[in-house]
Design a protein around this ligand. Structure first.
Ligand code: AQP
Length: 332
């Protein structure tokens, strides 16, 4: 059976980008067609300046939201990365296969490191090595597929390279995974700055729709989205990123095609109004289920406890095999 792994980083409140680019597909399709694992990758949240209490809080919230989007713990495995030691164990071994040049070429590293430096902060070493830990997350489970948004495609490519290199040098150990992306909304853009991705750790609040935003907040944010002075409405992400972003969001929420949808509008006002309403409807059940789960925290704890147990049992044989293959003496 196909094995799927994907994760979500508790670095901020989850956004419409996370939902349309990744989470929605995990719940609607991936968990039903494969042996799927979904992980709150909390170790990755330590790669930038962080508040420990906030990371803990956001990790719980991310786990609840994963369940609220429809992941069924009877069907798939939902867990927290730091609860399974195999991720960190394998990451070190993969660091012995990766090169520092490879790490420095990663776009997310370059962008985030530049942002940290601009703020006058220092860049954590873990930010540089984060893609190796992500490779470990994936390879530990022998995942065949990694459903992600566009921004993570380069990291999955690196994971493939590391798996192939390890297998060639030390003998076949890892499954070589491939990234899968959604047909639309693979990169939801910031509504106030459609040249930038809608990222959860960005500070530009009005351009980011959060999964737990109240309907009137969603409506206000979408109605204020930056468009352009063009008269016609077309889907052209390069030349017309603002309208294209709205069309992608509308298409993702309605199952339509952004190019065809563009033909049905003659004003930005109508496009924004329809987009706001479909987003509100798409998020409504998620917010409702999340509220129910908040009232029953023991349920989420139990899901995460069982998930970690299952994940540990799946990861251990592969990680042990990697330790043996690379030349480490098994425990005596
Ligand atoms: N704007 C987006 N459009 C489409 N997909 C997106 N994803 C994130 N933002 C968008 C996808 O969501 C999954 C989980 O993302 P992550 O938690 O690993 O964080 P990220 O990719 O680094 O995205 P963020 O939300 O922007 O986090 P920060 O700001 O903390 O770096 C992934 O599959 C991602 O592709």
């Amino acid at each position: 059976m196909t094995r799927i792994f994907s994760g979500i980083k508790p670095t901020g409140h989850l956004t419409l980008g996370n939902y349309l680019g990744a989470m929605r597909r995990w719940a609607a399709e991936d968990q039903h067609r494969a042996d799927a694992l979904f992980c709150v990758v909390d170790l990755h949240a330590l790669t930038v300046d962080h508040d420990p209490a906030r990371v803990r809080r956001l990790s719980r919230q991310a786990a609840s939201l994963l369940l609220a989007t429809g992941l069924d713990p009877e069907v798939c495995t939902v867990f927290v990365q730091s609860h399974v030691d195999e991720h960190a164990r394998l990451s070190y071994v993969l660091e012995c296969v990766a090169t520092d040049g490879e790490m420095r070429r990663m776009i997310q590293y370059r962008e985030k490191a530049a942002r940290e430096r601009e703020r006058g902060g220092s860049v954590r070493l873990s930010l540089l090595t984060y893609p190796v830990l992500m490779a470990a997350d994936i390879l530990a489970y022998a995942a065949d597929e990694v459903p992600v948004g566009d921004d993570q495609a380069q990291h999955v490519e690196l994971t493939r390279d590391l798996a192939v290199r390890f297998n060639q040098r030390y003998g076949h150990t890892f499954t070589v995974p491939r990234a899968t992306r959604p047909a639309v909304a693979a990169r939801v853009m910031n509504l106030q700055d459609p040249a930038s991705k809608m990222g959860k750790s960005d500070d530009v609040g009005p351009g980011i729709v959060y999964l737990l935003d109240e309907p009137d907040v969603v409506r206000r944010k979408v109605m204020r989205a930056v468009t352009d002075s063009g008269r016609d409405i077309v889907h052209d992400p390069q030349a017309r990123p603002g309208p294209a972003n709205l069309l992608e969001i509308l298409a993702a929420c309605t199952g339509g095609d952004p190019v065809r949808l563009a033909g049905g509008y003659t004003s930005y006002g109508a496009l924004k109004k329809d987009t706001a309403e479909v987003v509100i409807e798409a998020l409504r059940p998620v917010r409702e289920r999340h509220r129910e789960l908040c009232a029953d925290p023991g349920r989420v704890d139990e899901v995460l406890r069982r998930g970690a147990e299952r994940a540990r049992a799946m990861a251990r044989p592969t990680v042990d095999a990697a330790y043996r293959a690379i030349g480490l003496l098994p425990p005596l």
